[in-house]
Design a protein around this ligand. Sequence first.
Ligand SMILES: Cc1ncc(COP(=O)(O)O)c(C=O)c1O
Length: 430
Amino acid sequence: MSDLALLGGQPVRTKPFPQWPIVEESDVQAVAEVVRSGAWGRLGANQVHEFEKAFAAYQGAAYGLSVNSGGVALELALICLHLPRGAEVLVPAYTYMATATCILRAGLTPVFVDIHEDTYNIDPARLEAAITDQTAAILVVHFGGLSCDMDAVLSVAGKHNLRVVEDSAHAHGATWKNRGLGTIGDVGCFSFQASKNLNAGEGGMLLTNDAQIYTRAIEYHDLWAGGMLEREGQLGQGSMRSGATWDYPVAASSNRMPTYQAVLLHRQLERLEEQTELRAANGAYLDDLLDDLEGIQPRRQDDWVTRDSRHLYICRYDPDAFDGLPRETFIKALNAEGIPAAPGYGRALHRTGLFQDRNGELARFWNRNGGEPDIDYQSAPCPVTERLCAGETLWLSQNVFLDTPEGMTHIATAIEKIRASATDLRSSVE
Ligand SMILES: Cc1ncc(COP(=O)(O)O)c(C=O)c1O
């Protein structure tokens, strides 16, 4: 008789994994101080700029610009590159929708490229085949905080004169060959949305080493950009105060980060390194434990991955090793054992409503942007992404990796326990 928790037995894990976010009294005090000061907006206060400098330095970039979301950071990054209207941007089919919608919102055309099943990152071997004379950029995603093969990406980009944007929404503190992710291509974009390893509920940042991109980003992110540019020494000190007016040179919108948000992020940045080390160590330990288990395959950690932020811990589930138990039942059983696993994305990005309904919103979009491109999202094949979404993927989120090593053994033990009773479980749900 099975002792699986899903069938009424005792769970492997009885206490919850660490909650996210972690709130310290000093966070509350820091935000309260800003609230009391009345200086809530970015203009006229220094805290946002101080946080930008600190995060850019932490990640290893020359410049950082805070904005109100990771998606906006991506959109601004593409706008700042001044690519030709409608130009194609290569993007992985397995990522959050914002990585595709930012391309559309910048007036460009997403072209989906399949991922590699061992890494869940864009498959560099498929890049060349997706390049046309319209291709202008590659938008890579360091998915879950695991670095893409940037040597391969940069080499293809160099050969075809393409710009490289890094969606680093999951990659705070993660590195490629000991360099901070988001600092390797032309622009890197981070999210500070609630689930992220560094968060203020919402928010984002754009990093770059290119002074021109940084200046453009300031201009596009803020109709009042003159004041910031003056402070940066790019307009000449005193020019705004001496009465010169800002002449609105670009079609900007307001995407500034408020002061209390930057203060909350700055407080958490002080804890990020320690938390990232803990997640990395626990993640590596779980990799070792799972390597010995049949039917569960953690992601490959290539030599260039000098630190994985473990924002999402992803592994592949092989139902054959569990007597054909469907992934959904396996996840239910894991949850019952006290392990908060999830299936992740249900479909590839080009299978979402936006890209499938070509007469709906997508048609309105092409109308606004100079006509329909010669791309058929209905038949765009990304077989690896589709297979992994359909029934093979498991996610664990970053807060699990703030636990003790014992927590990692609970995960491996629960998986083994389910495998040992997979036949009983399958027959009980059939
Ligand atoms: C891979 C990826 N890119 C971009 C974003 C967008 O970030 P935001 O929600 O801050 O706009 C997210 C958010 O979850 C994401 O997961």
